[in-house]
Write a protein that binds this ligand. Structure first.
Ligand SMILES: Nc1ncnc2c1ncn2[C@@H]1O[C@H](COP(=O)(O)OP(=O)(O)OP(=O)(O)O)[C@@H](O)[C@H]1O
Length: 259
């Protein structure tokens, strides 16, 4: 994808390790004040390497959504540092943050959030165009092929199954070639079999294109498609697990609390 505007700063310029795409250092987030103050993240330090697929899990209220919002530049921490591809998000004003999210971050949500009046092709390419990026036809063709939508480009979302709609959302997230894709319960609205296919697709994209994916999930089977699981509890890093098998993940979750 050719960029019309600014170039990304080289990670070396900002002192971040070159293979970290997202890095949180002592991130604290509180909501409210006084007696009503709630601490959602307490000095959370965690790193996500380039080309990794990480599941973020934890009991209800552990801070998963708050983590995702702070890491993706949707919200600002109360204190601490969030680096995305070497850029310190604290140094960006609202406009710069919006540009960063459009150009360098992809989002996949439980609800696919597709525009119903647009075709599949336009749903995929529009956000990149809105970000002022000139779509690279070869890359678009590749992602459309990878998500299995080549013969449905002129359909509208309502003419697709839930799994196909989520594939459109994944292709849309990938179109600007973001440094990281954040997925929030991406299979939450899908039946088990379709959900597994979407997870296999995400894993394949990571393994074959080097995409970095960070996925919040409650589902130990979904988490088992990731390379690593990061467990949050009470706003802090409680544990990490590599090569996560569903039963081990479920067991660990049980010891962390209600989920
Ligand atoms: N806007 C807000 N105002 C006040 N408190 C909030 C706000 N958002 C989250 N919290 C509180 O911060 C804590 C962490 O919430 P968060 O939504 O990040 O947890 P979660 O792990 O995503 O939970 P769940 O799995 O239930 O979605 C909770 O105690 C929650 O009540």
């Amino acid at each position: 994808m050719a960029r019309e505007k600014r170039q990304r700063p080289a990670p070396a310029e900002t002192g971040a390790p070159p293979d970290d795409v997202v890095s949180l250092r002592s991130v604290r987030k509180t909501y409210g004040s006084g007696a009503g103050e709630v601490t959602a993240l307490r000095d959370l330090t965690v790193r996500f390497g380039r080309g990794s697929f990480t599941a973020v899990m934890g009991p209800s209220g552990a801070g998963k959504s708050t983590f995702l919002h702070c890491a993706a530049g949707l919200d600002r921490p109360t204190s601490g540092t969030v680096l995305l591809g070497g850029t310190d998000l604290a140094g960006l004003d609202e406009t710069a943050l919006t540009v960063l999210r459009r150009e360098r971050v992809g989002f996949v949500f439980q609800a696919y959030n597709l525009l119903t009046s647009l075709t599949v092709a336009d749903n995929i390419s529009l956000p990149a165009r809105m970000a002022g990026l000139v779509p690279d036809p070869a890359w678009l063709e590749e992602i459309v092929r990878r998500v299995g939508l080549a013969d449905r480009l002129n359909r509208r979302p309502a003419q697709l199954s839930g799994g196909q709609q989520q594939r459109v959302a994944i292709a849309r997230a990938l179109a600007p070639r973001p440094e990281v894709v954040f997925a929030d319960e991406p299979t939450g609205a899908l039946d088990t079999r379709t959900g597994r296919q979407v997870l296999e697709l995400l894993r394949q994209l990571v393994d074959e294109t080097g995409q970095t994916v960070i996925m919040v999930t409650h589902d130990p089977v979904a988490a088992s498609y990731a390379h690593r699981v990061v467990f949050l509890a009470d706003g802090a890093l409680a544990d990490e697990m590599t090569e996560p098998a569903p039963d081990r993940v479920a067991e660990r979750m049980t010891t962390l609390g209600e989920w």
